[in-house]
Design a protein around this ligand. Structure first.
Ligand SMILES: Cc1ncc(COP(=O)(O)O)c(C=O)c1O
Length: 345
């Protein structure tokens, strides 16, 4: 992904909800945080954040990480030893976008499960993927889920059915909840509706919640204990990071409920584009997947960029993400830019 730009001609940056910059109030909370050495477990702000998210998820413990990648890696490896296998959706971030860390660093083997167009697979797919105990097979020990996946909410019942199938075979369940709060706000339920079905959950503060950094892995005390050692091994033990945890606490206080605004704004864009022929628009929470006819893709990218609009342009599709730093004017700019392109103005 290209690096963020502050060039004046960028008028709306829809590439990702990771691009947000801390608000003045968040910066104030960070600056005034009480801190201590977190490797000694003595940072009161980190401890408060960990305890708060663990309580929200109905779990015994939480552990602060610098990134979702590191939190997922420690979560997965807290359940998988060398040569163990974990089942995972083929479009999952852990599988595709985390540098193969579980295999490279933990010798855990991912087994991708095929997904449908909304990134779902079924409980029967899980049952079929678990390996029979046999000297030839790796030992399947974990099901790794994600929610939302590419913006798509996996319902509570669906995650419950997948986790149920995993339990039938004695598997642990990890959830990459980088955007679990988006799912929770979209369905009007608390995150514990999903976390009740899982052993460990990685919750990101630096996506839609708008913190500059940070994820918290929550789970039972034994899993988090193993993850704590892994975090140290990965060089992820940090010192006076209460300043960063304070951003996370501020985000939980002020930026959860407002995720509904991001979802509504993405819906506003989808509605604005609905009349354009030859444009396939899929709206899911704070993401829009827009696919023009193949021959229009290159010219459309040039047109949007000339209008100061950034998105992730993965031909044949394009991803637009709404977030804390996108307002209605920018949403309308996007609709206007598309409309002008397709009307030939
Ligand atoms: C679904 C999902 N999981 C995990 C991550 C990893 O988070 P980080 O970039 O903090 O490592 C991302 C990052 O965008 C993500 O989209």
């Amino acid at each position: 992904m290209p690096s963020s730009s502050t060039a004046p001609d960028i008028r709306a940056d829809f590439r990702s909800d990771t691009l947000t910059r801390a608000t003045p109030a968040m910066r104030e909370a960070m600056a005034s945080a009480e801190v201590g050495d977190d490797v000694y477990d003595e940072d009161p702000t980190v401890n408060a954040l960990q305890e708060r998210l663990a309580a929200m998820a109905g779990k015994e413990a939480g552990l602060f990480f610098s990134s979702g990648t590191q939190s997922n890696l420690a979560g997965v490896l807290s359940h998988c030893g060398r040569g163990d296998e974990f089942l995972i959706g083929r479009t999952s971030h852990v599988l595709l976008n985390e540098a193969g860390g579980a295999a490279a660093l933990g010798s855990a083997i991912p087994w991708p499960i095929e997904v449908d167009e909304t990134n779902h697979f079924s409980a029967d797919d899980v049952r079929a993927a678990v390996k029979e105990p046999d000297q030839h097979h790796p030992v399947t020990t974990l099901l790794s889920l994600e929610n939302t996946v590419n913006g798509h909410v996996q319902s509570v019942d669906h995650v419950g059915s997948l986790a149920g199938a995993a339990r039938e075979h004695g598997l642990a369940v990890h959830l990459d909840g980088a955007r679990l709060f988006n799912a929770a706000v979209a369905l009007g339920v608390g995150i514990e509706a999903w976390t009740a079905h899982t052993d460990t959950v990685s919750l990101c503060l630096s996506k839609g919640l708008g913190a500059p950094i940070g994820s918290v892995l929550v789970g039972d005390r034994a899993s988090i204990g193993r993850a704590h050692r892994l975090r140290k091994m990965l060089g992820g033990g940090m010192r006076q990071v209460g300043h960063l945890a304070a951003a996370g606490l501020h985000a939980l206080d002020h930026h959860v409920v407002r995720l509904a605004e991001d979802h509504a704004r993405a819906g506003r864009i989808a509605a604005g584009l609905s009349g354009i022929d030859g444009l396939d628009v899929v709206h899911a929470t704070n993401m829009l997947w827009i696919t023009p006819q193949t021959e229009a893709h290159g010219a459309l990218v040039e047109h949007l960029e000339a209008d100061g609009i950034l998105a992730t342009f993965w031909a044949p599709t394009m991803r637009f993400v709404t977030h804390l730093d996108i307002d209605d004017t920018q949403a309308d700019l996007l609709v206007d830019s598309f409309t002008r392109f397709f009307s030939g103005d």
